[in-house]
Write a protein that binds this ligand. Sequence first.
Ligand code: BGC
Length: 394
Amino acid sequence: MNVFPDGFLWGTATSAHQVEGGNVHNDWWSFGRTTAGKACDFENRFEQDLDRARALGTNAFRLSLEWSRIEPRPGERDEAALAYYERLLGACRERGLEPVVTLVQFTLPRWCAQRGGWLASGTLDAFERHVRLVAERLGELARIFVTVNEPNVLAGAGYVSGVFPPGRRFRPDLAEDCEDALAEAHRRAHRVLHEWLGDVLVGASPHLVAWRKTLLDPLGLVRREGEAFNWRFLDAVEDELDFVGVNYFMGLRADPLSALGFAGLVRRPVHAGTSDMGWPIDARGFEEVLLEAHARYGKRILVTENGIADATDAKRPAYLAEHVAALERALRAGARVRGYFHWSLVDNFEWHEGYVPRFGLYAVDYATQERTLRASGELYRRLIGERSPAPVSA
Ligand code: BGC
């Protein structure tokens, strides 16, 4: 029996800074070793890329709006940027791709970062003004919003490992402040979007890890930290969540070394059971995380990211099939999963790791911007085709 509910969203996920190119006004442009540069030149190629998304048989597409493009200087609104996003969202709609629109995917306008970013007073007000503008100018084209992508990663990478801007290290206190500010940003965005747009769906997408008990954590301290990493943000905004966004990539042993590896503070070993980035493959953990999200909140769930860095595409097909099977088991067990977005449509700029990790269903040759469908892309099309939705009461 097909357990996928009617209207299930099958999609791919992207984010502005990772694909668009030329986002010179944000805090990532001048941060770290590699500049995103032209990235995938998505800004100029989105129509063909959306055709590619459509060719996979998907009916939804996740993208993010680059705040620094829309507001390059405080209070200044870039009409060309708004027109670009209007075209992009319109192009999704023309192709029958339901856009899922992320408001914050790691980047901040540089002027905002220079004032202290998410820790500065004034940022939340500026963000709220930005969300109002988005609602007013682009809101008619979108019904599903992710306010903040991976607030837990953004806070930890910005203030503990320092691999994301502002590059502070070993300040868990500030990471917590940052996550609290992001929770408040979520609440405000949730309110503004509903005020302007009525009955839209507004959620947030933390990065969730399946933490595995080990003897190396006898008091369960690492596991407790891991659980807080997963759920602290969602617990804080539970009353203002229309759906739970789940970004799931890996399972990890809850021991000090793998926790440090996850935080980017020590090297992660790469072997047969991991991605090219040393992230352990764990499809059963995906099922468990979905069921836990269901047990905790009982809300609709959208899997807003799931994928693997795998340059040769040797592991991605099995990863994809096993994770879709895990999702299916979670649906059977009652989790209200209403969408799955594979990360990512095309290879793209992987933050501090630059262009080495390859997450795309389409490979990108960055010298020519040529895209080539990987075998896993073919498989995704087949998996979607075999699960043509049957009506089910919500
Ligand atoms: C983020 C993406 C990132 C991907 C792979 C998440 O950490 O939301 O921006 O590219 O997963 O690391």
